[in-house]
Structures are given as structure tokens and as C-alpha cells.
Design a protein around this ligand. Structure first.
Ligand code: ATP
Ligand code: F6P
Length: 453
């Protein structure tokens, strides 16, 4: 394993540069998909960045364009559009060079073959592998929903009546439709591409060249946009928590069992009548916590707590005395540090990848797991940089509700009114508990409303 500027490089990523070129009419979810790919790859420590041509167009002087701006016979507008995409590609090339970029996403309609051939040529000249990703959709209800969910509130329509904005956006789409040339197997047979039809009802995959491209394809094939929620909870307070020990497979404490008894009520209050599935780890404390939940349950080995290796069963104070160098090394780089004979946070992220993939495919899920594992899962949904994620505060006896939205995830924390010890260890000490200054600094990462139950 080798770390470059804090980022992970694996043999199949090293020296590889991919440009995912989005293709599709407006309101087909291109930005949505782009942002998700960037979040997923960043979570896996693969350098990824999205270049949204719409933002460049706004900066190039067309901040509030009407539909006429997108008419291909509008010569003046074509110049502005060309300037915007050129600027986006220049920045993208700089990013590959100066920041060791691996996967860039060119988020534009790229709706004509002429445009795509131009992008293809630029990529080839710069030793970048282009992969076209088209979102094709003819579901009119979905398109109208997308317009009302995200387009009427776009900066393009700032201050405009939503109905007028919708009508203008539909005219914008018609202007694009006049010149749109979708990808197809005959004309584009030599290109690397994936085409999503009506989200992922049908998927066409052509000439995928590398492992990394195949990961992206597999990821986008698993995405869905049906509304759903994900709930996260640590297990109830355990005997080891009370004894300040890490790891192990201890049972819940008396207060932990109280949390387990109250959890069904808290979940029901938050979820209502929806049907959900509970995922636990294979360890006794998560199963005891989930015991009274009246839903289907599944155990995942991948949800087991970070393995502390030779330190399993010790307190932080004991570790500081017995393994002082390790104690310091972990504080210095908590994400990368691997316990002797155990795991690092990075190791946990890698074993959680199938969980994330499955979570993308699923509907309502409640995950009952452990502090380190929850930090990693939370970091994926909330786009928390990996070097910060191991320091997030995720207290015991708190249910976290995540509601994925078009461009982000809404979070609600529901605290059960059952006391529990703090298992949080600040940097530079072996004592447990959070000082208020520290809590303020790291709680910023969890900047969400919190309720009591
Ligand atoms: P524009 O070209 O105007 O920038 P866009 O194609 O980038 O539009 P988005 O802004 O990403 O469209 O639209 C977001 C909406 O698209 C969200 O409401 C999301 O639920 C929906 N969406 C996500 N994926 C898809 C898909 N594959 N097909 C259709 N709609 C989708
Ligand atoms: O709504 C379409 C849009 O996202 C615009 O905001 C943006 O200017 C354009 O697509 C970018 O794509 P293209 O350069 O292909 O027109």
C-alpha cells in the first residue's frame, strides 16, 4: 500500500486518468449521478471531481438565460456555451496535472456527436480514458418531477415564478431535443460507454476497459431514486463500554438493554408504518440491541467493529502504557493507522464497500452497528473527508435518520432519554469524554438538527 498526498493508490488506479463524459437532455439526473460518483470514489480515496459546465456558463455571462439561449441557431449564445465548456475542460486538465486527479466528470449535456468527438480528441491527446455515461429518459412524469424538484429552484431561475420557470425549462429541453444524438450501439460501437435507460430499467454497457470503469458502471447500475430513509444506530451501551474497554464481544449493560427495549418505539415514531429491514453485525451487542425490533433482520460480518488486533479488550489507558508508539501513531493518523494484527479505518471502508453498494439498491434500512463502522457509513452519505471521519462524534443511545435528497442527504438525530457513557477519545489523551471545545469543532461535521425521544 502506498499513500500519495493522503490519497490511496492501488495498482489498478495508478497512472490511470478517466474522464466520465455525461450525456443526456436537461433534467435527466446527470448532475445527480455525477455528484454521487464523486462521493463514492472520494469515499474510496480515489481522487474524483465534477466539472459542471452549467456553473461555468453562468460565470461566462449567462446567469439567467431563457430557453432561446439554448437554441442551436443562436450564434452569440453558442460562443458563450463553447467558452464555458472550454473553460471547464481547461480546469479539468489542470486538475489532473496539478492535483493528481484520477476520475473527472464532465457534467454537461454533450448532446451532439460533434461535441463528443471534440471531447474524445482532447482526452486522447492528454492520455485520458474517456468513458461516456448517458442518462436517457422518456418518462414524462419523472422529468416533470425533476424539473419541479431541482430546476425551478436553480440559480438560472432565481426569483422567477415556478410555473414560468417550468415552462421555460420545457422549452429549453425542446431546443436540445432538436440536435440531440443519443449514444447507440451502431454509431458509437468504438466508444467506451454506459447508457442508463429510465434510471436503470435497462442498461447498455459497451467496451468497458478497466477495473475502475467497471466499478463506476456497477455503481451507477445500482442507483435508484425512489424516496427512502436509512436509520443508523450504535448498539446499546455494553459492559465493555462501561469498563472503558475496546473491541470484544460483550453483552449490553443494564442501560444498554433499556435502549434496546425503547428502540422499537423510537424507530416507529420516526419511520411510521413503513416496512424496513434491520441489518446488524455478527456481534452479540448489536443483536441484543435489535432483538425487540419487529422487522426482518440480517446479520453482516462486514458490519463488525474495527478489529483492534493485539489491543482488543484493553482500555486506551492500558494501550498508552503498553504500546506508547502505537498509541501516538494512531492519534497522528487515525484513518491510516492499523492495529497490529487488526484493522485501520481504511480497511473498514474497503470491507464496507459491498454494504454501500447494497444500501444503494435497497429501500428502507435500519443499521445497528458499531462506532467506527458507523463513522465510515456516515462519512459516505455526508461526504465527510476520510481524514476527519474517525474523529466524528457518534454517541451511544442515539438514532440517526438519513433522508437522501436530489443533491444531498438530510440528517436528523434522535436522542433516547437513556444515559450512557461516552466512548469518545480525543486526540492526545487516553481519557474518555468530549471537552466542549472539542465537541464544537467536530460536531460541525454533524451539523444537523437533533431531537429528543
Ligand atoms: P441539466 O442538464 O439541466 O443540468 P441534469 O440532467 O443534470 O440537468 P439533475 O439536475 O441531475 O439533471 O436532475 C436531478 C433530478 O434527477 C433529481 O430529482 C433526481 O431524482 C433525478 N434523477 C436522478 N437520476 C436520474 C436518472 N437516471 N434519470 C432520470 N432522473 C434522474
Ligand atoms: O440545462 C442544461 C445545462 O445543464 C446547462 O445548465 C448548461 O449550460 C448546459 O447544460 C451544459 O451542457 P452543454 O454545454 O452541452 O450545453
Amino acid at each position: 500500500m502506498e499513500t500519495k498526498m493522503g490519497f490511496y493508490t492501488v495498482s489498478n488506479v495508478e497512472n490511470m486518468r478517466i474522464c466520465v463524459v455525461m450525456v443526456g437532455l436537461p433534467a435527466r439526473g446527470k448532475s445527480f449521478i455525477s455528484q454521487k460518483i464523486v462521493r463514492y470514489l472520494s469515499w474510496l480515496s480515489i481522487r474524483a471531481k465534477c466539472f459542471n459546465v452549467g456553473s461555468y456558463r453562468r460565470k461566462a455571462g449567462a446567469a439567467h438565460p431563457s430557453a432561446d439561449f439554448f437554441d442551436s441557431s443562436n450564434k452569440e449564445a453558442l460562443k458563450v456555451r463553447q467558452k464555458a465548456v472550454t473553460h471547464a475542460i481547461e480546469d479539468m486538465m489542470k486538475w489532473y496535472e496539478e492535483e493528481n486527479g484520477v476520475v473527472a466528470i464532465l457534467d454537461a449535456t454533450n448532446s451532439t456527436r460533434e461535441r463528443r468527438e471534440w471531447v474524445l480528441r482532447l482526452c486522447r491527446e492528454n492520455a485520458i480514458e474517456p468513458m461516456f455515461l448517458e442518462s436517457w429518459c422518456d418518462d414524462q412524469d419523472m422529468i416533470l418531477r425533476n424539473i419541479s424538484d431541482v430546476k425551478t429552484s436553480s440559480p438560472d431561475y432565481e426569483g422567477m415564478d415556478p410555473e414560468a420557470a417550468t415552462q421555460d425549462f420545457l422549452r429549453r429541453i425542446s431546443n436540445y431535443e432538436k440536435v440531440y444524438e443519443p449514444l447507440d450501439r451502431d454509431n458509437d460501437k468504438d466508444l467506451t460507454f454506459v447508457k442508463l435507460i429510465n434510471v436503470a430499467q435497462e442498461v447498455i454497457v459497451n467496451r468497458i476497459q478497466s477495473y475502475l470503469e467497471s466499478r463506476v458502471v456497477f455503481y451507477v447500475m445500482n442507483l435508484h431514486i425512489r424516496p427512502r430513509c436509512i436509520w443508523l444506530s450504535r448498539h446499546g451501551e455494553s459492559v465493555y463500554n462501561v469498563e472503558k474497554k475496546i473491541g470484544g464481544d460483550s453483552s449490553l449493560s443494564a442501560r444498554g438493554f433499556q435502549y434496546a427495549s425503547k428502540l422499537p418505539e423510537i424507530v416507529r415514531e420516526s419511520a411510521g408504518d413503513v416496512n424496513l429491514t434491520v441489518w446488524t453485525s455478527t456481534l452479540c451487542r448489536t443483536q441484543q440491541t435489535a432483538e425487540s425490533l419487529p422487522y426482518k433482520q440480517l446479520q453482516w460480518k462486514a458490519l463488525d467493529e474495527l478489529d483492534a488486533g493485539v489491543c482488543d479488550g484493553m482500555t486506551y489507558e492500558e494501550i498508552e502504557v503498553k504500546y506508547p508508539d502505537d498509541f501516538k501513531a494512531r492519534d497522528d493518523d487515525k484513518y491510516e493507522y492499523r492495529y497490529p494484527g487488526g484493522e485501520s479505518y481504511r480497511d473498514v471502508v474497503i470491507r464496507l464497500e459491498p454494504i454501500i453498494m447494497e444500501l444503494e439498491r435497497q429501500e428502507n434500512i435500519l443499521i445497528v452497528t458499531h462506532q467506527a463502522v458507523l463513522r465510515c457509513i456516515y462519512a459516505y452519505f455526508m461526504n465527510v473527508p476520510q481524514e476527519e471521519s474517525p474523529w466524528m462524534s457518534i454517541p451511544l443511545h442515539t438514532l440517526i435518520k438519513l433522508e437522501p435528497r436530489a443533491y444531498g442527504t438530510e440528517v436528523t438525530r434522535i436522542k433516547a432519554d437513556i444515559p450512557a457513557v461516552s466512548t469518545y477519545k480525543e486526540k492526545g489523551t487516553s481519557k474518555l469524554g468530549e471537552s466542549s471545545a472539542y465537541a464544537t469543532k467536530y460536531r460541525n461535521l454533524l451539523n444537523e438538527p437533533s431531537k429528543s425521544a
